[in-house]
Design a binder for this molecule. Structure first.
Ligand SMILES: Cc1ncc(C[n+]2csc(CCOP(=O)(O)OP(=O)(O)O)c2C)c(N)n1
Length: 260
C-alpha cells in the first residue's frame, strides 16, 4: 500500500515502465544491480525513534499475553533458547507467522527477512540468498506448507550452491490464513483451502537435503539441535494438522462465524 506522504522512487531497467502505475517523485532508469550498489553509499538519516517506541510497546503487550499450548508456541519458545542470536531468520507469508511475530525474540539488528507485501514463496529463496551473502551465519527459514510448496524446488538450488539452510515447515494441511477467513465470514462453506498429506522430509531428501519429521512437541528440540550441527540443508516438517490451531491462540472453532 502506497502512503501519499511517502516519497516514491521508481527504478526500472525499462524506461517505459517508470510511472506506469504510480507517478514517482523520482524515476531512475538503471539495472537493479547498479542501483542497489549505488544505494549502499547513500547515508540515510531518519529519526525512527517515535515509531520504534510504539512498536516496542505493542510488542511487549503481545509478549505478555498468555501463550497457547500449540506446537507453534513450543517451537518459538524453544528457539528463543536455542537459536544463535546472530542467526538470520526468513519468513514466508501465512498464519504460522502470527506465532513468530508474537513470540520469537529478535535479539539484534539485521536478523529478519520477510516480504512486506505478504508474498508467499519468499521464505526458502530468501534464506538461500541470505546464506550465500553471509555464509558464516545460521539461516533459519519459517514457512507454511502452502507457501513452502510454492518454491520448495529451490532446495535443489541450496544443495547445488552448497548454501545450507534450515527450513522449518509448519504443516497444517491447509492454506490456513484463507481457511480462517472462510470460517470467519462463511462458516461451513470452506472451499479450495485444504492441502493433502505430504511427506516433506522425503521431498527434501529427493533433492539431496536432509529431511526430518516432528510430530509432537518433545521431538522438536532434538531435531533442531541435530539440524544446526549439519553442514547441509535440512527441512524439518512440523506436523500441526491435528492441533486445529489456525492462528496464535485461535482454533478454527474460535473463529467460526465471528464476522457474520
Ligand atoms: C503468492 C501469493 N499467493 C496468494 C497469497 C494469499 N495468501 C496469503 S496467506 C495464504 C495461505 C498460506 O498458507 P500456508 O503457507 O500453508 O500457511 P498457513 O496460513 O497455513 O500457516 C494465501 C493463499 C499470497 N499472500 N501470496
Amino acid at each position: 500500500m502506497l502512503h501519499w506522504d511517502q516519497t516514491l522512487i521508481h527504478i526500472d531497467i525499462d524506461e517505459s515502465t517508470i510511472g506506469k502505475v504510480y507517478p514517482p517523485d523520482l524515476g531512475i532508469v538503471s539495472h537493479a544491480v547498479n542501483a542497489l550498489q549505488a544505494f549502499t553509499d547513500v547515508v540515510v538519516e531518519r529519526d525512527w525513534s517515535d515509531w520504534q517506541k510504539v512498536c516496542r510497546k505493542s510488542h511487549s503487550e503481545l509478549m505478555a499475553v498468555e501463550k497457547d499450548d500449540s506446537i507453534y508456541s513450543h517451537v518459538m519458545e524453544t528457539l528463543n533458547e536455542e537459536l544463535d542470536p546472530n542467526a538470520v531468520i526468513t519468513c514466508d507469508a501465512g498464519n504460522f507467522a502470527t506465532w513468530l511475530h508474537n513470540q520469537l525474540v529478535i535479539k539484534d539488528s539485521h536478523l529478519f527477512l520477510g516480504p512486506t507485501n505478504g508474498a508467499m514463496g519468499y521464505g526458502i529463496p530468501s534464506a538461500i540468498g541470505a546464506k550465500i551473502a553471509e555464509p558464516h551465519r545460521t539461516v533459519v527459514s519459517f514457512n507454511g506448507d502452502g507457501g513452502g510448496m510454492m518454491t520448495i524446488q529451490e532446495i535443489e538450488t541450496s544443495v547445488r550452491h552448497k548454501a545450507p539452510i534450515i527450513i522449518l515447515l509448519f504443516d497444517n494441511q491447509n492454506y490456513g490464513t484463507i481457511r480462517m477467513h472462510q470460517e470467519m465470514y462463511y462458516p461451513d462453506k470452506v472451499i479450495g483451502t485444504a492441502l493433502g498429506e505430504v511427506d516433506f522430509a522425503k521431498v527434501a531428501e529427493g533433492m539431496g537435503a536432509i529431511g526430518m519429521e516432528v510430530k509432537s512437541k518433545d521431538e522438536f528440540l532434538p531435531a533442531f539441535q541435530k539440524a544446526i550441527q549439519q553442514d547441509r540443508t535440512v527441512l524439518i516438517d512440523i506436523k500441526c494438522f491435528e492441533e486445529n490451531y489456525v492462528a496464535n491462540r485461535k482454533t478454527y472453532e474460535d473463529v467460526k462465524g465471528s464476522k457474520v
